[in-house]
Write a protein that binds this ligand. Structure first.
Ligand code: SF4
Length: 144
């Protein structure tokens, strides 16, 4: 799946203070069939966590010219193990903010949307501002 295809299916209609509630059930759906983008800073952190050089990390754990985490043949993230994420302390921002996706326009304007996979499980996991679940916003869900 091309990363652009995924982004085009997200409606980026939330700001940092838009309310939502969400509960993680550790199903690991967020680690399957995704294109997890990584910045140079995230590559540095992940390489350090694994005790390898950034060159080794890019060669062995990324695709698309070092911009996306490598996936397994079944679509799982290369770092998804039997006990969940094997690089959890230094996982990329895209993983930290799930079920949100973040977009920054060319002029620097930031917005958030419900990620594609979460949309498919919206009834079970996601409630917009109904006051029934935990009160969150993009600004409080992850330190951005
Ligand atoms: S880096 Fe970790 S949290 Fe992110 S998709 Fe891969 S296994 Fe999941």
């Amino acid at each position: 799946m091309a990363y652009g295809d995924l982004v085009s299916r997200v409606n980026f209609d939330m700001g940092r203070n838009s309310p939502f509630s969400y509960a993680c059930h550790a199903c690991n759906r967020c680690c399957r069939n995704k294109a997890i983008r990584v910045s140079p800073y995230e590559i540095l952190r992940l390489a350090r966590y694994l005790g390898i050089s950034t060159t080794q990390f890019i060669e062995n754990h990324t695709e698309a010219g070092g911009t996306v985490l490598q996936t397994k043949e079944n679509g799982d993230c290369g770092f998804l193990g039997e006990r969940g994420c094997s690089v959890h302390p230094d996982r990329p921002l895209a993983c930290r903010i799930y079920p949100l996706a973040r977009w920054v326009s060319p002029d620097g304007e930031e917005s958030f949307g419900l990620s594609d996979a979460a949309s498919q499980h919206r009834r079970a996991l996601w409630y917009f501002g109904d006051g029934a679940g935990l009160s969150r916003s993009p600004a409080t869900w992850a330190i951005l």
